[in-house]
Design a protein around this ligand. Structure first.
Ligand code: SF4
Length: 586
């Protein structure tokens, strides 16, 4: 057996760290990132006593948005994501300061982040009169924006958002960025993540008279900012964030400032870059920086608040925390392989995951194929390590719309066949290793195995480039309830039998941690272990539409209304077999 490749040996990105002098870089107010101290340079001066509420002014796009869709805002029937039996991407955010094409750059960056959310998109820009103007809509970025919509968003300061709903239903009014007017001005926000204490915060705010306009957890942030007595503005953000629990990478825009914030655990990614003209850019992934020719400078650190205005970039910290808990699933599935996330190349991570599978779960085979697109890099890693050719045994259609008309006569595995086509010439008579990134409910995997066998594969060996998912995520990733997760209900052998493959192996969690080396404790593995760094306390919002039986997902029967109950105590039930992640070969 070959040695396991060390994850910590992965090369770091070679991006320039030089700030552009055109926007001065202020000295950080606090040294980051080990133990973050609450800033004390900004004493919280009490404001005039008042019970502030967010006022929805006419320039507030929550009530005064420019709808770009002809269809009813509530009509999402054609927008249910019909993608595979996978966790859903969360959201993507972007912010640009100091570029006359700010909204157009946001638009392009949102295209690069489209994989993080396809349900809605929006941009808020600050015009020359310091008015925050917004365009939001349901659907893809290309469906929401056109030339004339972007013409409505002049200015050199803008934020943008692509949405997949992790809390709040999919109505148009929930499409971000949100904007609200309050006592001292206007503020817009775009949020990636999920707050675990949203209901408690909302109830407390409503008790004090706040009126909510959406069902999104992000709106509580605006209310907390508005009701904060702290000064100056960014201390209001700090004050608000201290009350939040859970995952949040957010960008805010005011009349003259762009602010980026990442929660103290750093669950979701957020990076900073600059364009050659000095414009500062924040984005969920570096792939967005690449598209708009911004140079990656660094991550926004967990617990950090970065404020950009005419005086430059200021860094300050929120609160102390033991250690970050960055989402390892960003490397497994969510982020694009050309991105650098949490300081590491996603491509290299996935390649190494495949290499480990080849080392720890080898099998005699003739060809290695991938479930496209997210399994491709891990399959390349497996093939390279095993010395077996990688070939395209499954072709993914990129032209299937998000709705389709079923034939009147039932075609077995219709949904999967629309998306994935087997290549008989690659598969016929072969012993095939097929690499996928994860298994959620197992329904799609069984259909894929059947497709491969029907196309002539002699043996099908499935290799999964993640550990078994046994627990639901509460930090901004939409996974089914724990009861629906196949790895929470079955042993590896039982899953293999259910899927119908000849052997099945997952990436062992211990190997994944070993790869991460010293950095291992700074990652979240809750969906593989059930050990939540921030204990979920509330119900998790779901849509029935998340589980429409479109041939790719499971049936609706197992969905309890549109809600999934969060664990009531610290105990998260796990199947005993989860610890046994050895490969099983027939
Ligand atoms: S529970 Fe899983 S998906 Fe959610 S943040 Fe943690 S590692 Fe990521």
């Amino acid at each position: 057996m070959a040695d396991t490749t060390s994850f910590s040996a992965l090369s770091k990105p070679s991006y320039s760290l030089k700030p552009n002098p055109q926007i001065p870089q202020k000295a950080p107010l606090f040294i980051l990132p080990k133990t973050l101290q609450k800033p004390s340079l900004f004493p919280q001066k009490p404001c005039l006593s008042h019970n502030t509420h967010i006022t929805l002014s006419s320039k507030n796009p929550i009530s005064d948005l420019v709808s770009t869709n002809e269809k009813s805002p509530d009509d999402f029937s054609s927008y249910f994501d019909d993608d595979d039996d996978k966790p859903r991407e969360e959201c993507g955010v972007v912010g640009v300061y100091g570029d006359p094409e700010a909204s157009r750059l946001c638009y392009l960056a949102l295209h690069a982040l489209q994989h993080r959310g396809q349900e809605g998109a929006g941009i808020v820009a600050v015009n020359e009169n310091k008015v925050l103007q917004s365009v939001t809509g349901v659907g893809l970025v290309s469906e929401v924006f056109n030339e004339s919509k972007l013409d409505q968003l002049p200015g050199d300061l803008a934020i943008g958002h692509v949405r997949y709903s992790t809390a709040g239903s999919s109505m148009l009014k929930n499409v971000q960025p949100f904007v609200a007017g309050y006592r001292f001005g206007s503020v817009g926000v775009a949020h990636n993540g999920n707050l675990v204490n949203y209901r408690k915060l909302r109830a407390a705010l409503e008790d004090n008279g706040s009126i909510f306009n959406t069902s999104s957890d992000t709106e509580v942030v605006l209310h907390l900012i508005a009701t904060s007595k702290a000064r100056p503005f960014f201390m209001r953000i700090v004050d608000a964030c201290e009350k939040l629990e859970g995952a949040y990478s957010m960008v805010f825009v005011t009349e003259d400032k762009l602010v980026a914030v990442r929660d103290p655990f750093g669950f979701r990614p957020l990076v900073m870059g600059r364009r050659s003209n000095g414009a500062v850019v924040f984005a969920s992934e570096t792939c967005a920086l690449d598209l708009i020719e911004a140079t990656y400078e660094r991550e926004v650190y967990p617990g950090e608040v970065l404020v950009v205005d005419k005086d430059g970039v200021q860094s300050l910290c929120l609160m102390p925390h033991p250690e970050p808990k960055q989402c390892i699933f960003e490397h497994i599935y969510f982020s694009l392989p050309n991105s650098v996330v949490f300081g590491r190349s996603v491509y290299e991570s996935r390649h190494v995951f495949g290499e480990i599978l080849a080392t720890e779960a080898p099998v005699d085979c003739d060809v290695v194929i991938a479930v496209p697109d997210s399994g491709v890099v891990a399959a390349l890693g497996y093939a390279a390590k095993a010395g077996v050719p990688f070939q395209q045994g499954l072709i993914r259609s990129h032209y299937v719309g998000r709705t389709f008309i079923e034939p009147s006569q039932k075609i077995r595995d219709f949904g999967v066949k629309l998306k994935l086509s087997p290549v008989r010439g690659v598969l016929e008579g072969k012993r095939v290793v097929v690499v996928d990134d994860s298994i959620v409910r197992g329904t799609t995997s069984s259909k894929i195995v059947r497709l491969l066998k029907e196309a002539g594969a002699k043996e099908v060996h499935m290799r999964i480039a993640s550990p078994p998912i046994i627990a639901s995520c509460y930090y901004g990733v939409d996974t089914p309830s724990s009861e629906e997760l196949i790895s929470n209900r079955m042993s590896v052998e039982e899953i293999r039998e259910f899927i119908g493959c000849d052997s099945l192996a997952f990436l062992p969690l211990d190997s994944l941690k070993k790869l991460l080396g010293d950095e291992s404790p700074s990652f979240c593995y809750a969906c593989f272990s059930g050990n939540y760094p921030v204990q979920p306390k509330e119900v998790k919002v779901k849509r029935v539409g998340d589980f429409m039986d479109d041939g790719l997902n499971g049936s609706l029967e197992s969905i309890d209304g549109s809600w999934v109950q969060a664990p009531l105590n610290q105990e998260v039930h796990k199947v005993s077999e989860v610890g046994k992640l050895s490969s099983l070969q027939n």
